[in-house]
Ligand binder design. Structure first.
Ligand SMILES: *Cc1c(COP(=O)(O)O)cnc(C)c1O
Length: 370
């Protein structure tokens, strides 16, 4: 695509990604810092993210599906790669071929993997997922105790892990309960490395009675510049920047209804800039403006320019009345996401979370890696 032909441009700062990983790793030097790169590395591009993180020092990656593990393997020939969604029936040999380790989340998966390892003598490295309160995947505490009491899983697991359900809300008592239960369960196999913390757990660091880091941490969203606990000691750098092109500028009088449904009416003589991105480019429709609800803002330099009216599929109107005459013209680019509008800011304005903003970045932008 010729540069400038797309309506939006998405710039991904791989150095910021590396800096975020290093900052998170440094929070608990006694615990390995892995990287979660499922969903195309939360939208930024899995091969690019895995290569950059490997250069920064990451050695262990988590994906959701085996095909993602294959892509990660191509980018990181020596890495350890875990597949969070487990072992679909009959796929054990595919895992072995990809040198991917399933995260086994049920007794059936564990039995199937143990049989495969016994029959083929293949490397049986795999994680076992223990459910400490998420109620999604993993053995219940009773199942885990029973399994280890009756001789274990039939192979030596390479990781015992569990997943925090509420760590993005630091006041919730569930996190401490999950940590204590996980500490008790991992003692069933004390020689096996243990992993509990996602981004929120990594940023929290500990609960009242203990460390959340264990042997290995699994941050995802924080690597990409979104902070799930909206605080903490780490300043995460923005990794994604979206700019939109100005298609036209127009002057309208006060009282002009703008966009579909006419849900927002200008309150003053207004200069509008019509931008060439919309909800098909990852700017959620819920971030639009209405008479009774301000929309999100784009930025022209340091000047916030609120969205006006509903967001269309391919277009957004913004109020650029406060931009000095001549400072913005047709063909210029304005910031939708970047240094002034963080992933979490756009998420809040859209009634969602940073995870959804990132994984919805869209396929239409001209993509650049910096
Ligand atoms: C997605 C996921 C992570 C990463 O979570 P973030 O909140 O993005 O840091 C870690 N562990 C498991 C099991 C996951 O599914």
């Amino acid at each position: 695509m010729t540069a400038g032909c797309a309506g939006g441009r998405l710039t991904i700062d791989l150095r910021a990604l590396q800096d975020n990983w290093r900052a998170l790793a440094a929070l608990a030097p006694h615990s390995e810092c892995a990287a979660v790169v499922k969903a195309d590395a939360y939208g930024i591009g899995l091969p690019q993210a895995v290569s950059a993180l490997t250069r920064a020092g990451a050695r262990t990656f988590f994906v959701a599906h085996l095909h993602e593990a294959t892509a990660a393997r191509a980018a990181a020939p020596d890495a350890v790669i875990y597949v969070l969604n487990g072992l679909p029936p009959g796929t054990a040999s595919d895992y072995a071929a990809a040198r991917a380790r399933p995260v086994l989340g049920s007794a059936e998966e564990i039995a199937e993997w143990a049989d495969f390892a016994a029959e083929t003598g293949a490397d049986a490295s795999a994680a076992i997922h223990l459910d400490t309160g998420m109620t999604r995947l993993g053995l219940s505490p009773a199942e885990a105790r029973a399994m280890f009491a009756s001789g274990g899983p039939g192979f030596r697991p390479s990781l015992l892990m569990s997943h925090l359900a509420c760590a993005d809300e630091p006041d919730r008592a569930e996190t401490e309960r999950q940590r204590a239960l996980f500490a008790e369960l991992r003692a069933l196999a004390p020689d096996v490395p243990a992993s509990l913390a996602n981004s929120a757990g990594t940023l929290l660091g500990r609960t009242e009675s203990g460390d959340l880091a264990f042997d290995l941490r699994r941050p995802g969203v924080s690597l990409y510049g979104s902070n799930p606990i909206h605080g903490g000691s780490v300043r995460l750098k923005p990794v994604v920047r979206i700019e939109a092109r100005v298609i036209q500028l127009r002057q309208v009088p006060a009282g002009t209804a703008v966009g579909y449904g006419g849900v927002e009416t200008t309150r003053r003589p207004t200069t509008l800039a019509i931008l060439s991105v919309g909800y098909a480019d990852g700017i959620f429709r819920a971030a639009g403006g209405a008479d009774d609800a301000r929309g999100a803002s784009a930025y022209v330099g340091e000047i916030p320019c609120p969205y006006v009216g509903r967001i269309s599929m391919d277009l957004i109107a913004i109020d650029v009345t406060d931009v000095p005459e001549g400072a913005l013209k047709r063909g210029d680019w304005v910031e939708m996401l970047g240094d002034h509008v963080g992933v979490d800011d756009l998420a809040r304005a859209s009634g969602t979370i940073g995870y959804e903003v990132l994984t919805a970045l869209g396929r239409r932008h001209e993509r650049r890696y910096a």
